[in-house]
Design a protein around this ligand. Structure first.
Ligand SMILES: N[C@@H](CCC(=O)N[C@@H](CS)C(=O)NCC(=O)O)C(=O)O
Length: 326
């Protein structure tokens, strides 16, 4: 089975994330040969995947749904990796393929590496353009601007980029990827290091978010999207399956309220599938959950409870407006 664990290198028990092989950019000037063009590209995701979910949220917040179509893969990969078994006949209706691997092969028939989401595929040729997840969201924000909905927020304002980049770097190392470093560690020491850094960082983030509504101040930015995708998975999978169990999200009051605030914002809750999240992690990572049993819990009803963070003020969409509710 093509799993996360195949897509990594190991170093003294540490999980080391592989680099993305396909890093062409879709830009307004088409410098890499891939110009921004509405209805040309298809974003392939798993709703289980935190890296892919970033792109799903940003696409919704910016109103790019008509410009970039969306394919949702089955949360359970088989030995050929991500597949379109949720679609009639097991074939993606736009790309006409059963496996995402086919788009990778069309782009590079010699490629033998991992097949990962998110992936953007060029519909006319069927070839993969990019699986470079950190750049995908930034390019949706900066390069696709002409196709944003009226009232789309600026999720990466120029004057805040240095601060966003700095927060993102820490959140990536210790939180987004930190949970994987804990979950996929193969020595006690590597696990303990990842666990300690994760909770130290979460405590620091909680302190930061005690007096300000969002990570970079009063308005939602790309940094919030990146932190959210890990927090929303925390109790459902990272706390148990990845042994990130000092505290549940629900036991960290500031982060729990912050996560609920985002979750209840249009563009966030409507992209979340706890069902896909739980089935993917618990059934696919058989190395750490050999029985493949998916836990019944946790009780998720708290996500809809009032969060109380309006008292911090802030303007969630800045000068813009929220996307329409689904
Ligand atoms: N492409 C990136 C991030 C995306 C990623 O890890 N996606 C996971 C799902 S959450 C995936 O597709 N894994 C399948 C595999 O690596 O074979 C990477 O390799 O680090």
């Amino acid at each position: 089975m093509a799993t996360q664990s195949e897509h990594q290198q190991r170093d003294q028990g540490e999980f080391v994330r592989a680099r993305n092989r396909f890093a062409a950019r879709i830009t307004a000037d088409g410098a890499d040969g891939w110009p921004v063009q509405p209805q040309r590209y298809r974003l392939v995701v798993s709703l289980a995947c935190p890296w892919a979910s970033r792109a799903v949220i940003v696409r919704r917040l910016l109103g790019l749904e008509d410009a970039i179509s969306l394919a949702v893969a089955d949360p359970i990969q088989d030995e050929r990796s991500w597949r379109f078994t949720l679609d009639p006949g097991g074939v993606d209706p736009v790309l006409g393929i059963a496996y995402l691997a086919e788009a990778y092969a069309t782009a590079d028939p010699t490629y033998t590496g991992g097949i990962s989401v998110p992936a953007i595929v060029d519909v006319p040729t069927g070839q993969l353009v990019t699986n470079d997840y950190p750049q995908i969201t930034l390019d949706m924000i900066t390069e696709w601007r002409a196709h944003h909905r009226p009232g789309a927020p600026d999720l990466y304002p120029e004057h805040l980029r240095a601060e966003i980049d700095a927060v993102n770097a820490e959140v990536f190392a210790d939180v987004n990827n930190g949970v994987y470093r804990a979950g996929f560690a193969t020595t006690q020491h590597a696990y303990s290091r990842a666990y300690t850094r994760l909770f130290q960082r979460l405590d620091a983030l909680a302190q930061r978010l005690e007096s300000q509504r969002y990570l970079i101040g009063e308005t939602i930015t790309e940094a919030d999207v990146r932190l959210f995708t890990t927090l929303v998975r925390f109790d459902a999978v990272y706390h148990g399956h990845f042994k990130c169990n000092r505290s549940k999200l629900t036991e960290m009051p500031v982060l729990w309220a912050y996560a609920r605030d985002l979750y209840q914002t249009p563009g966030f809750f409507d992209t979340v599938s706890f069902d896909h999240i739980k089935r993917h992690y618990y059934q696919v990572h058989t190395g750490i959950n050999p029985t493949g049993i998916v836990p019944e819990g946790p009780d998720l009803s708290g996500w809809d409870e009032p969060h109380g963070r309006e008292r911090l003020g802030g303007r969630p969409f800045g000068d813009g407006t929220p996307p329409d509710s689904p």
